[in-house]
Design a binder for this molecule. Structure first.
Ligand code: ADP
Length: 400
């Protein structure tokens, strides 16, 4: 059975067509970009490694979706003969506010609630809605599912999700911590427990999703009880171009000195800071590791800061849960950067973590354990797959 997974942005549509079954397989994937601009484009690839790229005007999301469906059914580089073979569509949705604690089948009520959350994710939710409307128009009889970045974290207690702000601001604007990357945190924790033969309901787990965006989650007995991203994805650990935690006073000071507007400041904390800002080299971990190996002092400082900030979150989440059984590293950096894993996880024996430096170096992009066999706390790297989670949730909701 084929499931189409869509991640619609304001000017782009990322897609994957997955064949679901015992061993789900990605049959095709691609990206439509520059929707609404003079010239748009589509890049498509199938599982036979055929590629197709085209430049054409993509006036809106419906045109973009039609382009995707045409590529999927093309007789040369497509993977299905007819659109009837698409049995369901899963949408990644950035923000479900306080409405959604899990993935849901899309209906009018769900669409109204996603609309209601547009204020909380002004760049993302309106675009997801455009994708849903476009699918309803093009394939009206195919069921659609919404999978939210935020829903897994709805289990956080109020003591974790409230900010020390006047309570009325929570009541009036719903300003609170929501957290993101929920599909990834949930997926890697469940996958690790499957591999270990553990019941997630008995365990305390810290998941570190370290990619361009990064967040860390404390999962106690299967529920997210705290996570590092907050009202927006800027809070938490240091990221490629986002600050992570920062003294608000420092931001106000910078705004005044640099005469920044609110919108300048928003772009500054999201795009100009993090590892790119400190290093003035790159937001990409590989570039920083290379520069560090060549003796660049600023790259070293950046990498030390990065690891220090991740380490602090792990320590605080062990404190929050009164212990930890398993620490998971995932995301592009968590899965691939042995250097970051070493910086973060060495010298954590106070917590019962005995890091295995040899296993750590041997392993790259695999699901495996990188703590010693007698380590009280297990440490694993687990490859994440957010599209697969969306497809699995979609199948579960549509076909039971
Ligand atoms: P996104 O948040 O955009 O999905 P990813 O999860 O793909 O990001 O992670 C991107 C990050 O992973 C980049 O900083 C990149 O340098 C890092 N990365 C990927 N491969 C490696 C590697 N082999 N060694 C170190 N870092 C890596």
């Amino acid at each position: 059975m084929n499931v189409l997974v869509l991640n619609c942005g304001s000017s782009s549509i990322k897609y994957q067509l997955l064949e679901m079954g015992e061993n789900p397989e990605v049959r095709a994937k691609g990206l439509v970009e520059r929707i609404g601009l003079k010239m748009g484009c589509l890049a498509h690839k199938n599982n036979r490694n055929d590629r197709y790229e085209t430049e054409t005007e993509v006036t809106n999301h419906t045109v973009g979706i039609k382009l995707v469906l045409a590529a999927l059914t093309n007789k040369d580089y497509g993977v299905i003969e007819s659109l009837d073979e698409i049995k369901a569509v899963g949408h990644r949705v950035a923000h479900g506010g306080e409405y959604f604690t899990e993935s849901v089948l899309i209906n009018d009520d769900v669409i109204d609630k996603i609309k209601d959350c547009c204020d909380l994710a002004p760049l993302h939710n309106p675009a997801h809605l455009l994708g849903m409307y476009a699918m309803q128009e093009v394939l009206p009889s195919v069921p659609q599912v919404a999978v939210f970045d935020t829903s897994f974290h709805q289990s956080m207690p109020a003591s974790s999700y409230m900010y020390p702000l006047p309570y009325s601001l929570y009541e009036q604007y719903k300003i609170r911590r929501y957290g993101f990357h929920g599909t990834s945190h949930r997926f890697v924790a469940e996958k690790a427990c499957d591999i270990l033969g553990w019941d997630i309901k008995d365990k305390k787990i810290i998941t570190c999703h370290l990619g361009n965006g990064a967040s860390i989650t404390a999962i106690k007995y299967g529920d997210s009880v705290d996570t590092s991203m907050g009202f927006t994805p800027v809070e938490g650990v240091m990221m490629g171009t986002r600050t992570g935690d920062l003294d608000l006073g420092a931001l106000l000071f910078i705004m005044e000195k640099e005469k920044m507007s609110v919108s300048d400041a928003n772009s500054f904390i999201n795009k100009k800071c993090g590892t790119a800002g400190v290093s003035e080299i790159s937001s990409d971990m590989r570039d920083l590791e290379l520069a560090d190996a060549n003796g660049d002092e600023r790259a070293k400082l950046t990498l030390d800061m990065y690891a220090h900030r991740v380490k602090k979150y792990i320590g605080s989440y062990a404190a929050v849960m009164n212990g930890v059984d398993l620490i998971i590293m995932t995301g592009g950096i968590g899965e691939n950067s042995c250097d970051t894993r070493k910086r973060v996880l060495s010298d954590m024996n106070y917590l019962g973590v005995e890091f295995d430096a040899v296993k750590n170096t041997d392993l790259r992009g695999q699901d495996d354990t990188i703590s010693t066999s007698d380590s009280k706390v297990k440490v694993m790297t687990i490859t994440t797959d957010e599209e697969l989670v969306i497809a699995l949730d979609t199948v579960k909701l549509v076909f039971g």
